[in-house]
Each structure stands twice: as C-alpha cells, then as structure tokens.
Design a protein around this ligand. Structure first.
Ligand SMILES: Nc1ncnc2c1ncn2[C@@H]1O[C@H](COP(=O)(O)OP(=O)(O)OP(=O)(O)O)[C@@H](O)[C@H]1O
Length: 713
C-alpha cells in the first residue's frame, strides 16, 4: 500500500522545501491510488442499485464474495446517500475487536479523515468515537451494551450486522433484539405520523401532500431503523425467513483469484504439516506473506518457537522470515503488529487463531495455510459444564480463511487435509448459542427488559434445557429473584460488569469479604491464557521457577503471588524509568521465571480496567492482607457451583454435575490432592481435566452456599 497523507502533522522548519513538495505529491498520489482502488472493487459498480434497495427495504441481506468491498464501502455509500442526515449514525457490528479497529482505520483513511471523527470504532474498554462520528464500527457485544442505555438505539439510522454467518452468541441475540427495536421504531414512527397529521391538517391530505409529509417525518427525530445483514458465506434463505421474507441481494465478482490446494492424504500431525508448508512456501514460492490458522495461544507459541529453531538450520541468506502471533488474549497494540509490513527483504508469517478469519485485510498476505481446525465452545446443559474442544471448521469458515489471501493480488490457500475431507465438512458453523452456557446472555436480556427468555424470538432457539439450566445458575448466583426477575442491586450490578456472571458475582462478594483487591487480580489473571509457560525441553527448570510463587492453598493464590511479585518489581526497581526500559526489565524477569510476559501484561491491563468499573459502581476495594483464609472462603462462596470432592482412587467428583474429573498436571495442587476443592475451568482432551483450583473446607459449602448445599448434597 502506498504511504498515506499524514493529517495534521507539523512542518519541520529545517525541512528541505523540495522534500515537502515530494511528500505532498506522495500524499496526493496515495489518495488517488485509494480512490482508484475503491472504484475497482466489485461492489462499486452496484452502489446506486444497493442504495435503492436500502431505501425500499427496511431489512436487506447482502451476500458478496470475500474482498468485494462490503465492510469498507457500504457504510460510505450510505453516508453519501444521506443516511446520516440529522446527525444519525451508521453502526456496523463485527464479531471481533480486531476487525472493528482495523476496518475503521482503513475507512477513515479512505475518507481522508482523522480516526475518531467522522469514522470511528468502539470496542470493550476502548472508544475511538466523538460526537461527529457518523460511521461507527463496533463489536456486536458492544452494541448490545449500548441497548442497555438506549433501548431504541435511537442514534442509529442504519445498523449493519457484518459477518453474520459466524453466528456468535452476541450476533444471534442482537438479531432478535434488532427485530424488536425495528418493529417498535416503525410503530412509533407511524404513530407520530398520524398524530402530526391530525394535529396539522385534521388528517386530510392529498396523496401528493401525504408523500411530502411522510418524507418530512422520515427526516425528523425518529426514522425507522434500517437493518442490513451481511456476509460472504451466509445462508440467505434462513436469514430471509427469520426477517419475514426480507429481500436478499448478491454482489457478484471477486477482486483477485485464490488457488486452493489440498493434501493427498490426511495429515497425522497438523502442526508438523503446517511447519513443513511454511518452509516450503518460504523457500520455493515467490514473494508474499503467509497466514497460518492455529487453534490457540499455546499452539501458536509452540509453532513460533519451532519456526525460529528451524530457521537457525538454514543458510544465512534464507533466514529472513519473521513470525508474528495474533490471538485474542494479546493486547490490542501487539495484535496490530500483524498489520504492519515486514522489514524490507523479510517475509512475514502470521500465526493466528480464527480472530483473523473474517473481515480483516492483513496487508501483504498472499498465502494461507489452513489445517482445518478450530477451538470451539461446547456446553453440556445437563451437567451445566462448558468446555473448549478442537473441532473441524465448517465450509463457510474454510471459505473465509482462503478469502484472507487474494485481497491485494492473486493468492494461494493450502488446506492441510484432502479434498474428500472438505466435502464432508458442515456447510455452516453451528450457532454458538446452541453450544454455550447462556447465563451471560440471559443476564443481559433481563437487563434489557426481556423477561420471557423462553419466548424470545431467537433465530435458532437454544434448547429448553440449556435456557433452564442457565436461569437456574443465575438464580443460584443471586442475580434473579424467585419470580425470575433481575434482582436489585446484585443482578443489576452483575449485568453492568463486562464479565462472565460467575466472575462478576465473585467481585461483588469479595467486596463483602474485604478481599476485592485479591479477587480483582484473580479474575484478571483468569481472563488470560496460561500465565506460566513450560517448554518441554526445560520442564524441570520451569517447575522450580513456578514453585517460587506457588501457594499450598492452590492456583488462585499462586496467581495472586505472581501478580504481587510483578507489582513489587515495577514499584521498587523502576521508579523514573522510561516505558521501554520498564518493559525490558519486566520481560527479562518473566523469562527468568517462566512466566508468559504477554499474558501477564494483558492481565495487568484487564485488572486496571475492571478496577475502574468496580470503583465506579461504588464497591469497596480492600485487601485482606495476610488473612488468606478470608480470601479462600470468598473463593468457596463464589465458585461453589464448581466444587469437587476427592474420590478414593485420587480422581474428583464435581458436586454439581456428578462428573468425574482430574486435576490438570499444571496445577500446584496436582500432587497434594486435597479433599475438597473449587475450580474454574474444565478442559477436555483424552481426560476431563480441571484447572485453576483452590483448596477449601468442605463444611464451608453448606455455610456459605446453604441455598444450594443444604438442599442438594
Ligand atoms: N486495511 C487494509 N489495508 C489494505 N487494503 C485493504 C484494507 N482493508 C480493505 N482493503 C482492501 O479493500 C478490499 C475490500 O475489503 P472489505 O473488507 O470491504 O471486503 P469484504 O467484502 O467486506 O470482505 P470480507 O467478506 O472478507 O469481510 C480488500 O480486498 C482489500 O483489497
């Protein structure tokens, strides 16, 4: 991409005027190139037709190939067609934060405006918008939160639900909610029209005057809400039926071709196959960066290490390969590294989870490697247990992945499985709402005033069993009253916190147990992927390092110890040092202690954000000091639904679900095996492992959660 105009940059008085002239020319040709690029996109040729469709249909479904220009261009078309008159905004939702941020940046650049002015984005904990923002990209979860404050979403004239095929739980809830809002706004609009008509003209207008009158009303305060559902790979018929026969249009044509290759046979070790493919491309193919889809942080970090090791075995001249990881637990500024160009002469290999699967354009990507797997949520409503499992992707995900190549030129996609396997994949991904714990969603719906959850108009209804189980869980956590209404203040406070209800409840309880400091740290540390890291070749060293922080009481306290140790380091040794210097010292300390510095930094970031939330809510932030008994009692009171008892043969029985589980070897309690524990996570591999565990006293359960344990166990 050519370099862009540097809006608002001050001129250096010592600068050679010829250089300045050159820069202006660069900026000018950059703008021209962008304008040309926009015109060349397949969607550009149907702008007028699309705008007519939007004017004539309150709900429209748009299907167009990946890279055809839907996400970046449609909002600009709508803006130019006058949909932001009277200060209204066009909202575009994305399932992922990284897409909302990068697309907003791109569109601001295309419009020649500063990000945060006419074009902006808003994601959890980060807002780059202002009162002048008219095109706003955001996550679907964030729009749901906005509806809590503005139930009619009255500032929006159009809402585009992008990448609807992903069917995230937030997208699905949003679809149902938007349907209701659209109906309410149309009704309110019609009522207003009638009232005004009667007021001004005694209800008598000629057809022509009536048309003019309607137009006037439309541009007034409360126009009906236009809804656009968009994707490259969605089941248009299903969506159309859900929206009462809404019109669907197809945008033909893709920008550049992508050749797809399959393996001859199934690969027994997909990580090894990915590694071989990376080096084959690097050594045999022409210029262009590589994007590899992996299933999670641990996998990404292990492939990153292996790539670096293998590079050392290559002749010096072939070593110019740069690995860049991107996954959701990585802080935003680190994620953005993937979007920067590689240094001259280097090839970039991006190791990504499905965070880079839809919407994003990563500059330079010409090759995609797709092992065909994803880590997905799975939920057992009978046992009330959620777990993460690695499963094959759907055809629509495979299409999205290959669509990440071919955005700036032709591309190649290497699927690490035979074509016959592709044919067997499901067409589309099973909606997340059918495979996750619904307590978070139900809490939000209740806060939005939707009381009849079983009767809510979901596009795909979750099973009755899973709704009932989640309602029961919320009731047990104190968020719902006996009448199944949101409780006040607990339920309301829980709905305000952008966390899983169990964690929100833990924070509220901790303020009563005088250990909110410790619980804030725990929740932040549990919100990132593993803090400790143990490479296979240095496992013993890593275990010794971990012992420095481990507490005999369990993993929660060990995590608090790590956090406090990092606090001490930052407080004592770093007064007056620059941010870079501090970062270096922290990284060195993490390396020496086998702590994942990325995860720790991210946890520190989350900690300060949720601390802000609880302070705003007026919760008392106090520390229990050395009184760890208090903190452990609070853990028992918070996580009582995940309590387990040791069995004679050393396994555990989860009290709520009756499942037999084992302590994960990474837990500090792996050997100690206390009699009674609470845990936070169930990981399903060939065993059912539990992680993040603390020792508790069995008697605390009936004392601290009598509503559950005095009646059930
Ligand atoms: N950040 C960026 N840097 C460079 N080029 C970009 C960027 N964002 C978009 N583009 C260009 O604009 C084209 C259209 O992108 P856009 O995201 O609008 O397509 P789309 O139809 O929404 O694709 P998808 O269905 O994959 O989300 C891309 O193919 C690419 O050429």
């Amino acid at each position: 991409m050519p370099s862009m105009a540097q809006g608002g940059r001050l001129r250096d008085p010592t600068e050679n005027p010829n250089k300045l002239h050159d820069r202006k020319l660069d900026a000018f040709s950059g703008k021209q190139n962008l304008a040309q690029h926009r015109k060349s996109l397949p969607i550009a040729s149907v702008e007028k037709r699309l705008m007519d469709e939007v004017r004539h249909n309150d709900t429209l479904i748009i299907v167009g190939e990946t890279g055809s220009g839907k996400t970046t261009q449609l909002p600009q078309f709508l803006f130019n067609a006058g949909f932001c008159r009277d200060g209204k905004t066009i909202g575009i939702t994305q399932p992922r934060r990284v897409a909302a941020v990068t697309v907003a940046k791109r569109v601001a650049e295309e419009c020649g405006v500063e990000l945060g002015q006419r074009v902006g984005y808003s994601i959890r904990f980060e807002d780059a918008t202002s009162i002048s923002t008219r095109i706003k990209y955001m996550t679907d979860g964030l729009l749901l939160r906005e509806a809590l404050l503005d139930p009619y979403l009255s500032r929006y004239s159009v809402i585009i639900v992008d990448e609807a095929h992903e069917r995230t739980v937030h997208t699905d809830v949003l679809l149902g909610l938007l349907k209701n809002i659209q109906r309410a706004r149309s009704k309110s609009f019609n009522d207003r029209v009638n009232i005004e008509k009667n007021k001004e003209n005694n209800g008598t207008l000629s057809d022509k005057d009536n048309g003019v009158f309607l137009k006037q009303c439309q541009s007034r305060k409360f126009p009906p809400l236009k809804l656009i559902i968009m994707s490259a790979s969605l089941d248009a018929r299903g969506f159309s039926e859900y929206f009462g026969g809404a019109r669907a249009v197809h945008v033909q044509g893709r920008q550049f071709p992508v050749d797809t290759f399959y393996t001859h046979h199934a690969e027994p070790d997909y990580l090894d196959a990915a590694l071989i493919t990376i080096f084959q491309i690097h050594l045999e193919e022409g210029p262009g960066d590589i994007l590899v889809f992996l299933t999670g942080q641990e996998e990404i970090e292990s492939v990153e290490r292996l790539v670096k090791e293998r590079l050392q075995q290559l002749p010096e001249g072939s070593r110019k390969l740069l690995t860049v990881p991107i996954f959701s637990a990585l802080p935003s500024e680190k994620q953005m590294r993937a979007f920067r160009h590689a240094p001259a002469g280097f090839r970039k290999v991006i190791l990504a989870t499905n965070i880079a699967e839809t919407s994003v354009t990563i500059p330079g990507i010409k090759y995609v490697i797709d092992p065909g797997l994803v880590k997905a949520r799975s939920y057992d409503p009978v046992k009330g247990m959620e777990s993460l499992i690695i499963v094959p992707i759907s055809k629509s995900q495979a299409l999205q992945r290959s669509g990440r190549a071919g955005r700036e030129g032709s591309g190649k996609c290497f699927r690490l499985y035979p074509e016959s396997e592709f044919d067997k994949l499901e067409d589309s991904t099973k909606p997340e709402i059918k495979r996750c714990n619904l307590s978070n969603v139900i809490l939000q719906l209740k806060a939005l005033g939707v009381d009849d959850i079983l009767g809510f108009d979901f596009m795909d209804k979750p099973s009755r069993a899973s709704i009932v189980k989640s309602l029961e869980q919320l009731f047990l956590l104190g968020a719902l009253t006996d009448e199944c209404k949101l409780s006040d203040p607990v339920g309301r406070q829980m709905a305000q916190l952008p966390l899983d209800p169990v964690y929100s409840r833990a924070l509220i309880l901790a303020s009563q147990f005088n250990c909110l400091e410790e619980m804030l740290i725990t929740v932040a540390m549990l919100s990132v992927e593993s803090i400790f890291y143990g490479p296979r070749e240095k496992l013993e060293e890593a275990r010794t390092a971990m012992r420095r922080f481990s507490s005999p009481e369990g993993d929660h306290l060990s995590l608090v110890n790590v956090y406090h140790a990092s606090d001490e380091l930052l407080d004592k040794r770093m007064v007056g040092l620059s941010k870079e210097k501090k970062d270096k010292i922290l990284s060195k300390w993490c390396k020496e202690n086998f702590i994942n510095s990325r995860s720790l930094r991210h946890a520190r970031d989350i900690h300060s954000q949720i601390r802000g939330h609880v302070e705003q809510m007026g919760l008392r932030v106090a520390s229990c000091g050395d009184d760890m008994l208090q903190f452990r009692r609070c853990l028992a009171a918070s996580f009582f639904l995940n309590a387990a008892l040791r069995q004679p043969e050393g396994t555990y029985r989860a009290l709520a679900s009756g499942q037999v589980v084992q302590i994960h070897p990474s837990s500090v309690l792996f050997r100690a095996k206390p009699e009674c524990i609470v845990f936070n996570e169930l990981v399903q591999t060939n065993h059912k492992y539990i992680r993040n565990i603390s020792r508790i006293d069995y008697l605390w359960l009936s004392e601290l959660a009598p509503h559950y344990y005095c009646t059930q166990n």
